[in-house]
Design a protein around this ligand. Structure first.
Ligand SMILES: C[S@@+](CC[C@H](N)C(=O)[O-])C[C@H]1O[C@@H](n2cnc3c(N)ncnc32)[C@H](O)[C@@H]1O
Length: 255
């Protein structure tokens, strides 16, 4: 289950890649704009502000996220839906998917299918995290694959569910698009105050969700304590902050 309140921790840091992605979309007057895996909807709402003439729709498979989004009162419309079932229509002008496709194992096939079905002139823009080899994820995998957790969550944490930017660029070039692809490592400087390491608090909003869901309450508490200690060792605080480098992968395609 997604918890919009936990996901909103570090909201400023999380939203920056979305705006960096948007800055490379050149669409003037799209009729329909869709945000696949829209989450709590604030970022989708900015699409409705940018293209007020467009019908803007945010789709997400989490009812909790869509409830939050629908309460914003934005001009965008929000719907609970699995993005794997979405298909472009003749009026689709912009497709945005920010920090969502890493959760969808078949996303490469979907990207190829969407690119082939999108009308000429449409834009497709995606961003996924590229931090699965970072110390944070290595620590997560080590703890998840150690005793007594391995039997329950050893398989829950994935090695690298995404490609690099060149891999996605190739898929879209093959479909005949003009492609702009890049990677950025943001160095988030997270304030460090209490016992809980800020990278643990960050990961609770995303990567740790399936682990928490799979472990019972007691096991989750000890897992958290163990991971917290590991993170403190690999991301030490300095001047009250922890530097958390976070690589992200971006691709914008124009059909
Ligand atoms: C990390 S959040 C990103 C939310 C938003 N795009 C943002 O940038 O803040 C990932 C979102 O993808 C959604 N998601 C994951 N798999 C999905 C699927 N198969 N269909 C629709 N939404 C999905 C989750 O429910 C979650 O809200």
């Amino acid at each position: 289950m997604w918890d919009p309140a936990v996901y909103h921790r570090y909201g400023t840091e999380r939203s920056r890649p979305f705006f960096d992605l948007m800055a490379r979309i050149g669409a003037d007057g799209p009729r329909e704009v869709v945000d696949l895996g829209c989450g709590p909807g604030e970022l989708t709402a900015t699409l409705a502000e940018r293209w007020p003439q467009a019908r803007v729709t945010g789709l997400d498979s989490s009812p909790e996220m869509i409830a939050k989004a629908a309460a914003l009162g934005s001009a965008a419309q929000f719907r609970v839906a699995d993005l794997t079932a979405w298909r472009p229509g003749p009026a689709t002008g912009v497709v945005v998917t920010n920090a969502a496709l890493q959760w969808v194992p078949e996303h490469r096939e979907l990207i190829t299918a969407w690119a082939r079905e999108l009308p000429a002139g449409a834009w497709f823009a995606m961003q996924v995290p590229g931090n699965f080899d970072a110390p944070s994820h290595r620590a997560l995998r080590e703890v998840a694959r150690s005793e007594p957790y391995a039997a329950v969550v050893g398989d829950v944490v994935r090695d690298a569910p995404v490609d690099d930017a060149a891999g996605y660029a190739a898929l879209l070039l093959d479909a005949g698009a003009t492609v702009d692809a890049w990677e950025t490592t943001y160095v988030h400087l997270l304030p460090d105050g209490g016992d809980e390491h800020p990278v643990l608090r960050w990961m609770e909003g995303t990567a740790l969700r399936p682990v928490k869901a799979a472990l019972g309450d007691l096991a989750w508490r000890t897992f958290r304590v163990t991971l917290n200690a590991r993170l403190r060792a690999v991301y030490p605080a300095r001047s009250g902050h922890v530097a958390f480098p976070f690589r992200r992968i971006f691709v914008v395609a124009h059909l």
